[in-house]
Design a protein around this ligand. Structure first.
Ligand SMILES: [Zn+2]
Length: 258
């Protein structure tokens, strides 16, 4: 839900030369993509929504991601970092991985065009469905969710102009991943946002976190309140985007040149 809320806002202020989000429908597509991408970093945990999203396929990818992340930490760790026994909240929870995933998606579209766009829409809008409609997604077989994702991807492809993909889609993925990371950063454990490039006191995989009094427990009362707050924000923003007022609000809020 936070991914959708951030996506609805960011879509208003993308550089026009990226050739992208201008209409309300395009804004909703963008927010669907950021909502999906906001689940992506937890691909390093086999029990996460993203890892269960496409049945056995994403299970295999998840185990591979977890093992690779764990090995990567142990290869790059500083002399005071502990040996890593679990890859969760490591490599895929760094700012570099958020940037690389977005850049990778843009490069994929540059190289393969239409098939890459449809594949990426299919995967990330499918994740968006799971993130925004968790009850429905859990109550039906994953094949149904997959069918819904495919229908949505083809519909979006037919609706949106071809030029609006590429860097715009890549940016939605990075924005979604960063939103996820901000959420994890607010929890007590934090995330290694700049690892392994920024060493601190002999450690390369130190966790960035909020001051203790601001940090929240995952699935605790503050977490549930945030879900409620972001849901309200999404509903309000959908109204503002539909009535064409969202861009003006963002421009005034950030003091951007019109
Ligand atoms: Zn996470």
């Amino acid at each position: 839900m936070s991914g959708a809320a951030v996506g609805l806002a960011v879509a208003q202020i993308l550089p026009p030369e990226w050739g992208g989000v201008t209409t309300a429908t395009e804004t909703f597509i963008y927010a669907g993509l950021t909502a999906g991408a906001a689940l992506l970093p937890d691909l390093d945990s086999p029990s996460a929504t993203v890892s269960r999203s496409f049945g056995p396929i994403t299970q295999v990818i998840s185990r591979f991601t977890e093992n690779t992340s764990q090995a990567f930490v142990n290869i790059t760790r500083g002399r005071r970092d502990k040996h890593c026994n679990n890859g969760h909240r490591t490599l895929t929870h760094t700012i570099w991985s958020a940037l690389a995933t977005g850049a990778g998606a843009t490069a994929l579209i540059g190289a393969y065009g239409k098939p890459a766009v449809i594949g990426l829409l299919f995967f990330f809008l499918g994740l968006g469905i799971r993130g925004l409609l968790p009850e429905w997604s859990k109550s039906v077989d994953w094949l149904w969710v997959t069918a819904a994702s495919a229908a949505l991807a083809i519909g979006v492809w037919n609706y949106a102009p071809e030029s609006s993909f590429g860097i715009v889609l890549g940016s939605a993925i990075t924005v979604g991943c960063v939103t996820h990371m901000l959420g994890d950063m607010a929890t007590k454990a934090g995330i290694p946002a700049f690892a392994p490039l920024l060493p601190l006191k002999g450690r390369r995989w130190w966790n960035l976190k909020l001051p203790k009094f601001l940090s929240i427990r995952a699935d605790g009362p503050a977490d549930r309140f945030l879900l409620f707050a972001f849901s309200v924000a999404v509903i309000v923003q959908i109204g503002l985007v539909s009535s064409g007022n969202m861009r003006t609000i963002m421009v005034n809020l950030l003091h951007l040149p019109v």
